[in-house]
Design a protein around this ligand. Structure first.
Ligand code: NAP
Length: 357
C-alpha cells in the first residue's frame, strides 16, 4: 500500500532519543510530508540539518501539534503528561517514550514483535516501553509460547545513554579525570559512574525496589498479557556508553532444552542468536550499539531449578530500546490503517483511506 505523506512531530528532537528517532525515520523511509522538530524553549530557533534539509526547532506547546498525524514524544514524563493529551485532542497520535502513560489501563503498551494487535484500540496515546523491558519481552514471549513461564529473575547492566546526553558527558568527563588524576565529579548520578556499578536506577520505592526495576516487572506483565507473572529484577547502571545487557533466569512450566530455546529465540523477527561460548561468541554491548536487533546468547539450562533456562540479552537502548520501536509502532499504524484514534476511524473502518494516496 502507498500512503499519503504524514506530518510527523518529534518532541525532544534535540535529545539522545529524539535525534535517533529522526535518523531511524529517515533510514526506514517513513512516509513523511512534514517533519516538525520540537524541544524546550531553550532550543527554539536552533537549526537541525536533516538529510540536507534545514529544519528550525520549535518550542513544544499545544499549538505546535495542529495538523500533526503522529507525534513521537521523548522529552520526559512531565512534558508527556502535559502535552500528550493536548496533542491527541488536536488529532495527533502520540507514541510516548516516557513513563507517563505506560501502565494506564486502556493505553496500549507495545513492543512491535510481541503485541502489535494491542494498537487497534488506541485513543490517541500509545506508550513505548522502558528500554530494559523492551529487549526482554520478545524472548519471554518465545518461552511463554513454547514452554510457559512460571517465574523470571532479571539483572540488568545498563548504559549511561539510558539517562540522556548529560550522563554520557559525565562518564566521559570522569574517564578523562581518572586519566589526569583529578577528582571525578558526579552530578547526574549520586556517585561517580566511571569505573563503578550503581545498583540505583530511578528512585527507590517503599518496597525496596527501584522504579526502574518495578517498570520491568509491571510493563512485562502488561505487554505479555500475563498479569500474574512472577518476576524480580535488579537494575544496575554500569560505565557503558551504549546498549543494555541483561542476565535472565526463567523457570518454565514445561521442560525446554537450550537448543529448543535458541530455535524459538531465532524465530522472532529482530532477534539474533549469538551463542558459541567456546569461540568467545556471545552478545556484546559494543557490537549491539548502532544496531536495531536484540542479541541473545549464553543460553543454558538453569541447573538450580527443575525446569529453567538462563541467557544473556543485549540491545541498543536508544535504538530498539526507544527510537526504533517507536518508529516500528508508527509503521504498524500506517500499514494497518490505524493512524487515527479508534473512535475517529469509524465503526470497523480503518483509516487506510485517509492514509492512502
Ligand atoms: N535514553 C534512553 O535510552 C531512553 C530510552 C527509553 C526512553 N527514554 C526516555 O526518553 C526521554 C528523553 O530521553 P533522552 O535520553 O533523549 O534525554 P536527553 O538527551 O536529555 O534529551 C531530552 C530532550 O527533551 C527536551 N526537553 C526537555 N525539557 C523539555 C520541555 N519542558 N519541553 C519540551 N522539550 C523538553 C530537550 O530539549 P532541550 O534540548 O531544548 O532541552 C531534549 O530534546 C526520557 O523520558 C527518557 O526517560 C530514554
Amino acid at each position: 500500500m502507498t500512503h499519503r505523506p504524514l506530518t510527523v512531530a518529534v518532541v525532544g528532537a534535540t535529545g539522545v532519543v529524539g535525534r535517533t528517532m529522526i535518523a531511524v525515520l529517515r533510514e526506514r523511509e517513513f512516509p513523511i510530508g512534514e517533519l516538525r522538530l520540537l524541544a524546550s524553549g531553550r532550543s527554539a530557533g536552533a537549526v537541525v540539518d536533516v538529510g540536507g534539509e534545514r529544519i528550525v526547532v520549535r518550542e513544544a506547546v499545544a499549538d505546535a501539534f495542529d495538523g500533526v498525524d503522529i507525534a513521537l514524544f521523548s522529552a520526559g514524563t512531565e512534558v508527556s503528561l502535559e502535552l500528550a493529551p493536548q496533542a491527541a485532542a488536536r488529532g495527533a497520535t502520540v507514541i510516548d517514550n516516557s513513563n507517563a502513560w505506560r501502565m494506564e489501563p486502556g493505553i496500549p503498551l507495545v513492543v512491535s514483535q510481541v503485541n502489535p494487535d494491542d494498537l487497534a484500540t488506541h485513543e490517541g496515546i500509545i506508550a513505548n516501553p522502558n528500554c530494559s523491558t523492551m529487549q526482554l519481552v520478545p524472548l519471554l514471549m518465545a518461552l511463554r509460547d513454547t514452554a510457559g513461564i512460571d517465574r523470571v529473575v532479571v539483572d540488568t547492566y545498563q548504559a549511561v545513554s539510558g539517562t540522556g546526553a548529560e550522563a554520557i558527558a559525565e562518564l566521559e568527563a570522569q574517564i578523562l579525570a581518572h586519566a589526569q588524576g583529578t577528582p571525578k565529579l558526579a552530578n547526574v548520578y549520586p556517585h561517580p559512574i566511571g569505573f563503578n556499578a550503581l545498583p540505583e536506577i530511578d528512585v527507590f520505592l517503599d518496597n525496596g525496589y527501584t522504579r526502574e526495576e518495578w517498570k520491568v516487572l509491571t510493563e512485562s506483565r502488561k505487554i505479555l498479557h500475563l498479569p500474574d507473572l512472577r518476576l524480580s529484577c535488579t537494575a544496575v547502571r554500569v560505565p557503558v556508553l551504549m546498549s543494555h545487557s541483561e542476565a535472565v533466569h526463567v523457570e518454565t512450566t514445561r521442560s525446554i532444552t537450550p537448543e529448543a530455546a535458541r530455535e524459538a529465540f531465532a524465530a522472532i523477527p529482530g532477534v539474533i542468536v549469538r551463542d558459541d561460548p567456546q569461540a568467545h561468541v556471545y552478545p556484546l554491548a559494543t557490537e549491539a550499539a548502532g544496531r536495531d536487533e536484540i542479541f541473545v546468547g549464553r543460553v543454558r539450562q538453569d541447573q538450580s531449578v527443575e525446569r529453567g533456562i538462563a541467557f544473556w540479552v543485549v540491545s541498543d537502548n536508544v535504538r530498539k530500546g526507544a527510537a526504533t520501536n517507536a518508529v516500528e509502532i508508527a509503521e504498524i499504524l500506517v500499514d494497518r490503517g490505524w493512524v487515527a484514534a479508534a473512535s475517529r476511524r469509524g465503526a470497523g473502518v480503518g483509516d487506510a483511506d485517509r492514509s492512502a494516496v
